[in-house]
Design a binder for this molecule. Structure first.
Ligand SMILES: C[S@@+](CC[C@H](N)C(=O)[O-])C[C@H]1O[C@@H](n2cnc3c(N)ncnc32)[C@H](O)[C@@H]1O
Length: 300
């Protein structure tokens, strides 16, 4: 590793603590305090921490207690739910600590194949400007994968087209990593040779090349904040994959209509392979591509 290059991905602290040990770690996370944190996190982010994830929450929040020099979870709860500017900053740190940002380049490669072969050419024939949004992009691999597909397949065929790609996430830490555009090898395991020249190896890390980085803008954005969702400019392609599964059905029912609203008529919405919008919206139709199912907003 050369000077100035930091290790970007970390093994979560709970990976080092045997599950049975977590309950014995001091201070205790009492059941009623766990419930109060769960409710608070749910209100702020839509993320629901199941009963059996109490140890996960404890290990993730212990780091915050250490940083702030607090000796109990009750004190931390009082600190983070306060109305001070410091509490607002700490709410972001709490969210950074609890989100699950697992991702990699070209996750579900059939989605990107459908985009390259069918969806982008279809949209480019109809529009002079395209906007793509990776919502819940974690550390940025999904948004950069979109940019690589655009650069490799769309721009050579439609050199005059204007393309804008945005990646957003509730985690400011993940967005800071995304902006750096530097990754370790495991992030690349879904990337075929076709795209390998878009990253350059540098002492064991892989940097996204400038022409791809320049295509993407990253922002912190909370999908559960209805006002922020309404302020998003209309998009032609929306990736919101492996995000809705962290929400309760009630939160999905609020977020999905907002996503539909943001989608241009004729635009496409991708959700994760294990996710479905059944029962959440009647405004989209399911389109079948080879080994990929994608939702489309009917063209009016
Ligand atoms: C498992 S990652 C999915 C990353 C990528 N979309 C993929 O499929 O590989 C889930 C991401 O959703 C983000 N997330 C969770 N709740 C969110 C919210 N309310 N608003 C925006 N992003 C959220 C998390 O921070 C995390 O980075």
């Amino acid at each position: 590793m050369s000077a100035g290059w930091t290790v970007l991905q970390f093994t979560p602290p709970e990976a080092f603590v045997p599950f049975a040990e977590v309950g014995r770690l001091e201070p205790p996370l009492r059941w009623h305090t766990f419930l109060r944190f769960r409710e608070f996190i749910y209100q702020v982010s839509g993320i629901y921490i199941a009963d059996n994830r109490r140890h996960f929450l404890k290990v993730r929040l212990l780091r915050r207690l250490e940083v702030l020099g607090l000796s109990s979870f009750e004190e931390y709860h009082a600190y983070v739910t306060d109305v001070t500017p410091a509490a607002a900053r700490e709410r972001q740190e709490l969210l950074n600590a609890i989100v699950v940002t697992d991702t990699h380049f070209f996750r579900s490669p059939e989605h990107f194949a459908a985009l390259a072969r069918h969806i982008l050419p279809e949209l480019a024939r109809k529009r002079e400007q395209l906007r793509l949004w990776s919502a819940g992009c974690a550390t940025g691999e999904e948004a950069y994968s979109l940019a690589m597909v655009v650069h490799r397949h769309l721009l050579p065929a439609y050199p005059g087209i204007a393309v804008n790609i945005v990646g957003t996430d509730i985690s400011s830490e993940a967005i800071a990593q995304a902006r750096q555009g530097r990754y370790l090898l495991p992030s690349l395991h879904g990337m075929t040779e076709e795209y390998r020249h878009y990253v350059q190896e540098h002492f064991g890390e892989y940097a996204v090349v400038p022409e791809i980085r320049d295509l993407v803008d990253f922002f912190v954005h909370n999908l559960v904040d209805e006002e922020s969702l309404r302020s998003v400019a209309p998009v032609d392609v929306l990736f919101c994959r492996n995000v809705l599964l962290y929400f309760t059905p009630e939160v999905r029912k609020r977020v999905v209509p907002g996503l539909v609203e943001v989608l241009q008529p004729g635009g496409y919405l991708f959700v994760g392979e294990v996710e479905t919008l059944t029962g959440l919206t009647g405004a989209l139709q399911l389109v079948h591509f080879p080994r990929a199912l994608v939702y489309q907003k009917p063209d009016t």
